[in-house]
Design a protein around this ligand. Sequence first.
Ligand code: AMP
Length: 219
Amino acid sequence: MRIVFLGAPGSGKGTQAQRLMAEHGLVQVSTGDLLRTAVAAGTDLGLRAKAAMDAGDLVSDEIVLGMIRHRLQQDDTRAGFILDGFPRNLTQARALEDVLADISQPLDTVILLDVDLDILMKRLTGRRTCSLTGKLLNVYFSPQEEIDACLEAGGELIQRADDNEETIGNRLKVYRELTEPLIDYYRDTGLLQTIDGSGDIEVVYENLVNAVGLGGNRE
Ligand code: AMP
């Protein structure tokens, strides 16, 4: 199963992709994660991407497409993958079609996680990652036990560098201007399915597995 997750920053793409990966063996391919890893490692690519990421702008198509081509040629993606945060503009969407045609792995579905703006803001400003487990948490929404479990085990709640209010504003603007046109693009291909991403993580996940046709596989 090959899926694209579309949705604004904070719509829950990463959270839902991690769970689909854990429960259904699909590989999460997040261009944001790949870029953050490159920045942290100080590679040439990371250095070139950092300024755009800090500002909440898109990293150049050339960098992102090179990264995605390389990632999708690795064997672990053969069993299926979720593209999380890619494509983010029309050029990337068209290039993705070429890459997938080359490896004979066409998309099965595109999921749009639809979330209201006020919820997006809280999700983004409250978002943290546990330094020990990598688990995604939110200071407004996560159960207190989950936050305490991280802290009591000696972990820290890490906030992403680009989860500050100024950068968030620009990321949402970039989403509206460059990424939202992909909704019509994928609607026209007949692959688009929209899921209400505002509710509880469990409910969104349930709707998601049903939408991608994996609902019957649990247990
Ligand atoms: P994300 O973790 O998906 O929110 O991505 C974090 C940042 O990485 C974005 O604000 C962009 O600067 C950059 N980025 C991630 N994916 C892409 C992409 N497909 N195209 C361009 N830039 C990207």
